[in-house]
Design a protein around this ligand. Sequence first.
Ligand SMILES: Cc1cc2nc3c(=O)[nH]c(=O)nc-3n(C[C@H](O)[C@H](O)[C@H](O)COP(=O)(O)OP(=O)(O)OC[C@H]3O[C@@H](n4cnc5c(N)ncnc54)[C@H](O)[C@@H]3O)c2cc1C
Length: 410
Amino acid sequence: MPCMTSQTSSKAPFQSAVCIVGNGAIAKTAALGFAQAGHSVTLLVPPAPPLADPAAGADDAAWDARVYALNHTAHTLLSTLKVWGALDHDRIAAVDAMIVNGDGAQAGDLAFDAFGAHVGALAWIVEDRNLNQALDAALRFAPHVQLVSGRAMRLEASADNASVHLEDGARIDSSLVVGADGGQSWVRGQCDIGIDYRSYHQRAVVTNFACAKPHHGNAYQWFTGAEGIVALLPLPGDRVSLVWSAPDALAETIMSESLGELAVRLAVYADDKLGALRPLQPETVKDLPLALIRPHTIVAPRVALVGDAAHVVHPLAGHGMNLGFADVADLLTAVAAREEHRSIGDERVLARYARARKEDILLMQLATDGLARLFATDLEPVRIARNLGLNLLNKLPMLKRRLMSHAMGK
Ligand SMILES: Cc1cc2nc3c(=O)[nH]c(=O)nc-3n(C[C@H](O)[C@H](O)[C@H](O)COP(=O)(O)OP(=O)(O)OC[C@H]3O[C@@H](n4cnc5c(N)ncnc54)[C@H](O)[C@@H]3O)c2cc1C
């Protein structure tokens, strides 16, 4: 990351064309994108929590439990920003096929593969740490980026600029504030943007396993009905990464058990395809609450929301981060295409950004929410219909190709 800056109230405000609030992959990508397009950027990150034990850093060799299936949109943007080449490629697995299984006696199935889609890979499984390390390294060399660490207290927007006031009295002035501060976005709250929120009453349990049989680059997903949605994504070598979107009570039970017991639970689904599973690092299991968050708008005067600040979707399609990358790409495009007399935070520019994103976000919200709800019910007629649907879709190559193209971000 660039040098950290701090400032007291007596000093002049920080000035830049863009102020990006957030410290995740989407905020860093937006910062790089604006900087590489020639705009000055202030990246506002929260103050780092003190380390309890300075020696207790993350083990770099260990496999990160947070992984993302990144699609072609993400690949293209990260390649343009020269981040993709800086990733540790020994730790990335290409997804060659996706195999989706239904539930019950008439379990349907659906398969997509890279060969059928005429691409080298459907997606790439990348660890959160690998992605963030590459972004941090790129930011260190990015021109015009200043990193400010502080707690934001107030956001004010006027006709031609916006100011973010920090707890220590400092101020960041810019033409545009980008809210990339996640699902609980402070920026969104400051703009009084309302949200629709619905809990899925599920938690995603994530961890990694070694598998006895090779995965051949296959990503497996089981819609189980009562037990939620189990996904095993390929990691390099004979390893897989689990994302189990389990109903709250089941997730709680899983988290109270050992990873050996979790492997036994998974054998019901995975034994056939992957053989016995062996926990990779018992300490890396995590569980995350799942909810749908739909802000009523993704722009406000001098403000644009990107990433989870703009939409939180169920992870069953592995698309939240990909939507965020597409937000950044479309925001950069809207800014680059503006008329000469318009500033980068101009109302029209932001309206074009919001329009460009509308369909993509809505489709992903409807698709993921619809599937999550469809497969959450245990009613037999619904179960039969959804499995028939999977089988039918598998036999409709045109529709399947269109669905796949959209999922790949092509
Ligand atoms: C189990 C699971 C699996 C997933 N798998 C996939 C997948 O395979 N593919 C995919 O595309 N997506 C996936 N997603 C979605 C993906 O994780 C998110 O969409 C993505 O992490 C959002 O990134 P973000 O940077 O917008 O938000 P976050 O990662 O939440 O980052 C927000 C950042 O903002 C900072 N912040 C918060 N408040 C402030 C503030 N006031 N000031 C400054 N900074 C602040 C936080 O510290 C944080 O660093 C998955 C999600 C889950 C839960």
